[in-house]
Design a binder for this molecule. Structure first.
Ligand code: NAD
Length: 298
């Protein structure tokens, strides 16, 4: 059993912190939103009133925050994690943020003697609640070894991608690929329907042919085929379209920095920007099939 500070108890962090409680740890919960802290207390976590109170003396710190600026502030700010954590603590940032912020915070923490990893996740709220996330981890090997057992309590796979920032790099490459194959799946499904094919029949064929991919077989954008897919609940998220757009923007920023040629990634970002602007902002990212099919979004 370890003392773990968990900062950021939103859609994802709430489930992840609950799984650390279930694994037998003593979880100190902190969020700027007191309702989120109170909710975690009902799951067996110990509520705290400040970042300093949560972090001081803890064996491990997990953060699950919206974006790079929040992570920079929470770790390196005057009253932040690095100012209050004990030297033995392992620090894990599981947020999805830009590679540069992740690498910067990782380097600052490592120079100060902390074991720090960036450990973004794949899998949405359902996987966070079920403890079946996949973690992609960046940081020194020794820090990874310290973080792995805690991340394992919240996920089904924990894979080191390289040094500081590498977890975020793997995450945005993965999500750029996801966006591209989701759009491709939507275009193929929509065209199949317009050509007079039965969508279930086309699914049966493509899922056993070379068009097979995760967006088709696990998250089918056409309703009535994959029961757990958001298409069956009017595209309620799931993985909200603005979140996908955020990840594509991070991917495009990283592609510029790395001088990587990503024309399909850029086109996917344009398509999701249009989808969000047209009213898809409340929908799951698989709802982009409605825009492709020319349906009304609002
Ligand atoms: P969320 O907005 O529901 O939760 C973020 C929480 O952080 C909020 O409760 C907020 O109050 C808290 N917070 C913000 N600043 C804080 C601070 N300074 N101190 C303490 N708490 C603070 O977001 P989410 O959906 O849980 O996503 C969190 C991260 O996980 C994001 O980076 C997102 O991109 C990533 N992610 C989300 C999903 C998903 O499906 N929702 C999937 C994979 C990854």
């Amino acid at each position: 059993m370890a003392e773990i500070a968990f900062i950021g108890l939103g859609n994802m962090g709430g489930g992840m912190a609950s799984n650390l409680v279930k694994a037998g740890h003593r979880v100190r919960a902190f969020d700027l939103n007191p309702a989120a802290v109170a909710h975690l207390a009902t799951k067996g976590a110990h509520p705290t009133g400040s970042l300093a109170e949560a972090v001081s003396g803890a064996d491990a710190v997990v953060t699950m925050l919206p974006a790079g600026q929040h992570v920079r502030k929470v770790y390196t700010g005057e009253d932040g994690v690095l100012a209050h954590a004990s030297a033995k603590a392992v620090l894990m940032d599981c947020s999805t943020i830009d590679v540069e912020s992740a690498a910067d915070v990782g380097k600052i923490a490592t120079v100060q003697g902390f074991a720090f990893v960036d450990a973004p996740v794949s899998g949405g709220m359902a996987a966070a609640d079920a403890g079946t996330l996949t973690f992609m981890v960046g940081g020194p090997e020794a820090a990874f070894a310290k973080a792995e057992p805690f991340l394992g309590d919240m996920g089904k796979a924990v894979i080191r991608a390289g040094d500081a920032g590498a977890g975020q790099a793997a995450k945005i490459c993965n999500n750029m690929l996801l966006a591209i194959h989701m759009i491709g799946t939507c275009e193929a499904m929509n065209m199949a329907i317009r050509l007079g094919l039965d969508p279930q029949n086309f699914f049966d064929i493509a899922s056993k042919a070379s068009g097979q991919n995760w967006s088709l077989t696990s998250y089918c954008p056409v309703p009535g085929i994959v029961p757990a897919a958001p298409s069956n609940r009017d595209y309620q998220p799931g993985f909200a379209a603005p979140m996908m757009l955020k990840d594509l923007m991070l991917a495009m920023e990283a592609a510029r920095t790395a001088d990587a040629h990503t024309p399909l990634g850029a086109h996917a970002a344009e398509i999701y920007q249009r989808f969000v602007d047209m009213g898809g902002d409340r929908l799951d990212f698989s709802g982009v099939i409605k825009m492709i099919a020319g349906e009304n979004l609002v």
